[in-house]
Structures are given as structure tokens and as C-alpha cells.
Design a protein around this ligand. Structure first.
Ligand code: GLC
Length: 419
């Protein structure tokens, strides 16, 4: 492991630390993001266990009464970001957005507990909140056992091609005037288009119009897409939550039932036409036909599915650096536009560590090595061009640094236990 890069990665976490929570990166993302924060906690845990636990505790402190843990917590107002707390009007104890994000927190908590058993009391204290959050997904977000997103940002893959069909069905003519801030921080060619942004905001306005009542939204929200990111991360998180619960002497029978529901739900995402797990447009009743890096999260979720291997191998063969966010051979692939092609270290980690756990050493080693090469060549960017390795999006990125500290910076043989 390169000490130099390790020190730099630690420096990024420290530099983005705002006292109890960590920004994804300065400027572009000036608040606490849900799944970024779980990665940050794990990154901190590699050199400052206390700070790692604190990150998760701060995230939990934004939990809504109904159990949801929001995708953004607006701890301190920052005019450099749009849409902010006044637009979202979340109804939790801390100003927040009104949607959630992939629930990876329980899985990172399990890893952190293995790294620091002295943190058991803190993990135990958070366990019930995580269970309430997981229940919230089971109550409000399922379609045939698969987990749905109600806004593209909920999946964490903001402008992935998965959402194009459902976005076309949204009428955003009356969305009104607004000023974006993201395009003043990074090149607009790398960011979502105005067409997409109008629809992102329209969906927020719909949520606000019913006070983020999830029961109503289930009826009226035009956007409801069953998504592999959500389904696989929640399935994995439920397994980790159950394992911790057993250790803490909790009754985990309900979580075991949830696991069975989600396993069945995952199967409803299998699209034989693309030979991979796909997202499903629930309103339109059809698959989206998108092979993405999220399609490859089955192993991470504990599903060792040989059917998915040919597509994985093809996607890896079609790119030079890691797993592209969208099939490089698909029409519409764009190597630098956000979730429409670039390679993302955090997704590489989730997919790669899942493959490692399932004993698929070849593709796992390839993804891990490529991820390390990207950081060795260009430091800790938000994402990279999978053909040229060019860094893109925001720089000094927290979760990219965390992936170096927790995984990519170690040779696989040095890794302790399950990844
Ligand atoms: C973008 C990403 C999302 C992430 C956030 C902060 O919105 O798509 O996954 O959580 O940035 O890094």
C-alpha cells in the first residue's frame, strides 16, 4: 500500500470533515449525503475508529419519525447548493431532502464492528434505528419484493439511462424558473441536462405538495422504478443487520422474512433479454433494458448468479479501467457524463468485494486493481473515464478516498476476512 496515497486519502477525509459529518467534496456537495457518509465512516474507521462511529451517529440523528433516513442532511445552510432545504422541505429533526438513498449503512457498520469490537455498545445503540429504516423500505418502497425509487437521486445513480423512460412520462412544463449550482462547480458536459433537471425538480415539487406522505406518493408519484441498486444493497444490509442482531441477542425473525421477500424480489429484476439484472418501470410495467454497474451487485447481495457472469465479463472486456456505469457497447454510452458511462470507485468496491466474497477471484482482482490504478494515476476524483482513466466530476472526493483506505489500497491477500 502506498503510504503517500494513504496519507492523502486520510487528509481528504479530515479536510472534508465538518465536525461529526463529512462532505462528499467541497463546493459541489456541501452537506451530509447518506451513502457517502456510510463510506466515510468506514474510511475513518481505518485510522480513527471514534470518528467513524460518530459519522454514523450523525447520519442516524436525521432519521424521520416514520423511519426514513434522508438522502441529504442540510446541517448548515449553504447557498452554493441547489436544491436546498427550502426547496425540499423535508419533515425530519434536521432539515433534509424528502427521499432516501441506497441503505449501505448497516453493512458498513458490520465491517466497522469487525474492525473495532470495542465499538459494540455504539453499534448496538444504532441497530434499532437501522431496523426502523429497513422496515420503512419494506413498507413503502416494494414492488413484487423489489425495492423502488421514487426519484432518480434516490438510487444514487442520478442520471443513469435506467430512468429515461420514466422521466419522459413526467410533464415538467410548469416547473418554474430556477438557477442550478452544480454546473458552476464542474463542466456542464459532465452533468445532467436541463431536461433532466426540470424533471428532478418536478418530482421534488410533487413530494412537497403532499408533505412527503409516502402513502400518498405511492399512489400519485409518476416515477416509480424498481431498481437493482436499492434491491441489492437492502438485501445485503438486511443480512448484515440480522447477523449483528444475532450477536446482540435480538430477535431477527422479522428480518429473516424480509430477506426472503427481497430474494424473491431480486429475481423479478432478472431480464433475460439483456442477460442481466435490470431496472423495472413499475408505472409502465416494463423493463428498462439497461445493463449497468448496479446490475452486477447480485454477488454483493449474496446471490452467486452464474447467469450474470457473461455480461460482467463482456462489460469488463469493453473497458480499460474497472466496471463502467453503463454498458460500454450500448447506444448512448458516454464515457464522461455522470452515470452514463464513467467508472465509479464506490460501485467498483461494492461489486468487487461481492465477487471476492463469492470466490470469483478473476473479475474481483481485475476490478480492484483497476480501481487502485485510477487513484494512483489521478488521485481521488468523483469518477473516471473507463477508457482513458481521465478523472472527472468533483475532486478530493470523500468516498473515493475511503475506498482506497478500506479496499483498493490493499493487495487482496492482505485483506482480513470477508471484504
Ligand atoms: C451525486 C451522486 C450520488 C452521491 C452524491 C454525493 O448526487 O449521484 O450518488 O451520493 O452525488 O456524492
Amino acid at each position: 500500500m502506498s503510504m503517500d496515497l494513504t496519507e492523502k486519502a486520510q487528509g481528504i477525509l479530515r479536510g472534508n470533515d465538518r465536525g461529526g459529518y463529512t462532505l462528499p467534496t467541497k463546493g459541489l456537495y456541501p452537506y451530509q449525503w447518506n451513502w457517502d457518509s456510510a463510506f466515510a465512516a468506514w474510511g475513518f474507521a481505518t485510522f480513527d475508529a471514534d470518528r467513524g462511529w460518530q459519522e454514523l451517529e450523525t447520519l442516524m440523528s436525521g432519521q424521520w419519525e416514520d423511519g426514513m433516513i434522508p438522502h441529504i442532511l442540510f446541517h448548515r445552510p449553504d447557498p452554493g447548493y441547489f436544491p436546498g432545504p427550502d426547496v425540499w422541505q423535508g419533515r425530519g429533526p434536521i432539515p433534509s431532502s424528502g427521499i432516501s438513498q441506497p441503505p449501505v449503512a448497516a453493512s458498513f457498520m458490520a465491517k466497522m464492528l469487525a474492525m473495532d469490537p470495542t465499538g459494540e455498545a455504539r453499534a448496538r445503540a444504532m441497530w434499532p434505528a437501522l431496523k426502523r429504516w429497513h422496515r420503512w423500505f419494506m413498507d413503502w418502497r416494494l414492488d413484487r419484493g423489489a425495492v423502488c425509487v421514487t426519484h432518480p437521486w434516490e438510487a444514487g445513480r442520478d442520471n443513469a439511462p435506467d430512468w429515461d423512460g420514466a422521466m419522459r412520462a413526467i410533464d415538467a412544463d410548469d416547473v418554474g424558473e430556477y438557477t442550478r449550482r452544480d454546473t458552476s462547480h464542474v463542466d456542464p458536459a459532465m452533468r445532467p441536462t436541463k431536461y433532466d433537471y426540470d424533471r428532478y425538480l418536478k418530482l421534488v415539487q410533487i413530494g412537497v405538495s403532499v408533505g412527503w406522505d409516502h402513502e400518498k406518493l405511492r399512489e400519485i408519484n409518476p416515477f416509480r422504478v424498481a431498481d437493482p441498486t436499492m434491491t441489492f444493497t437492502l438485501l445485503r444490509a438486511q443480512r448484515d443487520l440480522a447477523a449483528m442482531g444475532r450477536r446482540f441477542g435480538e430477535d431477527v425473525s422479522e428480518i429473516e422474512e424480509w430477506i426472503a421477500v427481497l430474494e424473491d424480489g431480486a429475481e423479478t429484476l432478472w431480464n433475460p433479454e439483456i442477460g442481466g439484472y435490470d431496472s423495472r418501470d413499475v408505472r409502465a410495467g416494463r423493463f428498462n433494458g439497461v445493463l449497468s454497474n448496479a446490475s452486477m451487485l447480485c454477488w454483493y447481495a449474496g446471490i452467486n448468479d452464474a447467469r450474470a457472469l457473461p455480461a460482467l465479463e463482456r462489460m469488463l472486456a469493453a473497458a480499460e479501467y474497472g466496471l463502467a456505469s453503463y454498458d460500454p457497447e450500448a447506444e448512448g454510452f458516454e464515457s464522461l457524463r455522470y452515470w452514463r458511462g464513467p467508472t465509479w470507485p464506490i460501485m467498483n468496491y461494492l461489486v468487487g468485494s461481492g465477487l471476492e466474497e463469492q470466490g470469483l477471484d478473476g473479475p474481483a482482482a481485475r476490478i480492484r486493481r483497476d480501481t487502485a490504478r485510477l487513484m494512483e494515476a489521478h488521485g481521488f476524483a468523483e469518477y473516471y473515464d473507463p477508457h482513458t482513466s481521465a478523472p472527472a466530476g468533483g475532486g478530493s472526493f470523500t468516498w473515493t478516498a475511503a475506498v482506497w483506505l478500506g479496499w483498493a489500497g490493499h493487495a487482496p491477500q492482505h485483506q482480513q476476512g470477508a471484504a
